[in-house]
Design a protein around this ligand. Structure first.
Ligand code: FAD
Length: 597
């Protein structure tokens, strides 16, 4: 993690300017001081009177930033101020210290950082350049080198001054300092600054010390500037339009500001004179975990992803959430609405007259809100099977479903209002995707079953099975085409008063102690009149010759369905009232389903 600043700088410069990387190589214009910036037009004005315009201006102009003065609320007076400390910096070849028996012990181990503390001063020493050079930062009260230090780079300092400032340090350390060479020895004031409210103004964005100047006590300023650059590179992704830039800059700020400022704050704490070496070591470890336990590439990529998800105004989320909104029947991968107008359906239904009291046992248990519209002893239900095809959300393919629809049901709301509908206690489907999306997004009581259809011009036979175990046969024979194509055939088999489909949504809670408890439990209603797109029946065939044969088998044959098929089989068929096959186009996406209350 320790690198020579010059090497790092060279590597970054090489990456930016090399023709071998991605994109256009950067062209550097050195010695071109900027004197003004127009954030709205992203124009920079140079000292020589020339100017340049781009999509945005990145103010990476360090602690004495000119671009910073262009932020809202920042006047020229928002300048970095002295922290009260100055620092010497210099390099010593490691070999020199290895050769001296007095200093050898400090540099024998590779990759090791030493900090030698005085009351109000300290020396930080660590290796760089593959352990060939030792780098020093010697922090001390500013007053002791005031004449020499400024906040600028390249302030040469005499070695005598260095030795004077650290004369109270042990012999070993003064010996080490004595090897400082006058060539590389520099001193400057350590500057700090109040936090900025924002780093962004329209098309101007700040990064690095311009946005958050760092005290060097944790050696994090360069790292944070690079992290800023990584985040900015990610939010300004390829293909972005010019108009999108300002919002992306705000996103960049929201990704970076809290972290950079927290590390700034930690650096101030670590630099305090009042802190003991033990305390410093302890919090240093704590801060180190924060500083290094982070990868800005991964972080910014994820934040950008989450930001894009949040941009979508109404999006269905369901498990697994980590990968983003799920494409499904009601939205594309990028949350656009689906088009079901070209999808096709064939619905075969058999309507029977049966016992109301038996059907009533299929109402959701423990609820007094469900009842039949008519108190008679007979009631009506349909077994209805649909084959869907050309479904956009399934890449053009389709699936089959089959359900029990109990007609003439009422759900009484808490306020007494009554919702009239067809109650659907169970819907079988032969594909996982609609089962999951329908259960989670619509609250539909869907389960898996194989549903095979055998059809010819006069008959329509359905076989339902689980793992090869047949549990149902639904047969319609002697079908005749009728010329009446009923506009409302989105409804199930001739039910005239029902206004939609009613279902009981139940999502169990997790946890042994929560057995029998629900995270969500309510009634859902899908109103026929709100179906979009509306089904367009094109052909209807009818018959009165139909049969339903259900075989619940036993628990070993139908280990997950036996209890359901057994109940379905208990519904007596007093009379087959009608059977029909409706073919058409345009399949509703069921997005009109909603909680009843
Ligand atoms: C004593 C000391 C020790 C440090 N030690 C470490 C360390 O060990 N590890 C670490 O990560 N960080 C360290 N830092 C912090 C680190 O040096 C800075 O945080 C880092 O250099 C900030 O990078 P930057 O690109 O934002 O700014 P700078 O590196 O300051 O770069 C700003 C650039 O903008 C140019 N510029 C300025 N004004 C204009 C203008 N008007 N027109 C055109 N160009 C302009 C400058 O010439 C310069 O090239 C230390 C800092 C100090 C003071």
């Amino acid at each position: 993690m320790l690198a020579h600043r010059v090497r790092l700088h060279d590597a970054l410069k090489g990456a930016a300017t090399s023709p071998s990387g991605k994109g256009k190589p950067v062209q550097l214009h050195l010695s071109s001081p900027i004197v003004d910036v127009d954030p709205a037009s992203a124009t920079i004005h140079f000292k020589d009177g020339s100017s340049a315009q781009g999509d945005l201006v990145i103010g990476a102009d360090g602690v004495h930033s000119v671009t910073r003065t262009k932020l809202p609320g920042v006047s020229g007076s928002r300048k970095a101020f002295s922290s009260g400390k100055s620092a010497f910096r210099f390099l010593i070849p490691r070999q020199i210290l290895l050769d001296d028996p007095a200093t050898r012990q400090y540099v024998e181990s590779e990759g090791l950082m030493h900090i030698c503390y005085g009351r109000d001063r300290r020396i930080v020493m660590y290796p760089t350049s593959n352990n060939t050079l030792m780098n020093f930062v010697a922090i001390h009260p500013e007053s002791e080198t005031d004449q020499t230090a400024t906040g600028d780079w390249n302030n040469a300092a005499p070695k005598e001054l260095l030795l004077e400032v650290y004369k109270t340090f042990s012999e070993d350390w003064t010996k080490i300092l004595s090897y400082a060479d006058n060539e590389s020895l520099k001193v400057w004031k350590l500057l700090d600054m109040e936090l900025l409210d924002t780093w962004v103004n329209d098309r101007l964005v700040l990064l690095g010390d311009a946005a958050h100047p760092f005290l060097p006590h944790q050696g994090q300023g360069g790292g944070q500037a690079v992290e800023d650059g990584v985040a900015l590179g990610i939010v300004l992704e390829k293909g972005l339009s010019n108009a999108e830039v300002p919002d992306r800059l705000k996103l960049y700020e929201s990704i970076r500001k809290e972290r950079a400022e927290r590390i700034q704050h930690y650096s101030r704490i670590v630099g305090k004179d009042t802190i003991s070496p033990q305390e410093a070591a302890k919090i240093m470890l704590e801060f180190t975990n924060y500083n290094y336990g982070h990868d800005e590439f991964d972080n910014a990529v994820q934040r950008l992803r989450e930001w894009k998800w949040a941009q979508r105004p109404s999006t269905y989320w369901r498990m697994p959430r980590a990968f983003g909104p799920m494409p499904g029947p009601r939205q594309t991968h990028d949350s656009q609405a689906r088009d079901g107008r070209a999808s096709t359906f064939i619905t075969a239904s058999i309507k029977i007259k049966t016992s109301r009291t038996v059907l009533q046992t299929l109402f959701p248990p423990g609820s007094a809100s469900w009842r039949f519209q008519s108190p008679g002893t007979v009631a009506y239900c349909s077994f209805s099977q649909t084959t869907l095809n050309k479904m956009e959300w399934l890449g053009g393919s389709g699936y089959n479903h089959l359900g029990l629809y109990i007609h003439g049901v009422e759900y009484v709301k808490q306020d007494g209002e009554v919702v009239r509908g067809t109650y659907m206690p169970i819907l079988f489907e032969n594909l996982t995707d609609p089962i999951i999306s329908g259960r989670e997004e619509l609250g539909m009581p869907k389960l898996y079953s194989a549903i095979d259809v055998e059809r010819d011009s006069k008959s329509y036979h359905i076989r339902t099975s689980w793992n090869g175990m047949t549990w149902g046969r639904f047969e319609i024979n002697d079908l005749e085409e009728t010329s009446q194509v009923n506009e409302s055939t989105g409804k199930i088999s001739g039910d005239t008063t029902d206004e939609g489909i009613l279902v009981d949504r139940y999502m169990p809670s997790v946890g042994r102690e929560n057995k029998g408890k629900a995270d969500a439990h309510y009634t859902v209603f899908d109103r026929f009149s709100e179906a979009e797109p509306k089904p367009q029946p094109q052909r209807i065939l009818r018959s009165s010759n139909a049969s339903v044969v259900l075989n619940p088998r036993d628990w070993s044959a139908l280990p997950t369905l036996h209890h359901i098929i057994e109940r379905l089989a208990s519904i007596p068929v007093y009379q087959v009232l009608s059977a029909q096959v409706v073919e058409g186009v345009s399949v509703p996406d069921v997005s009109s389903a909603r909680r009843v209350e």
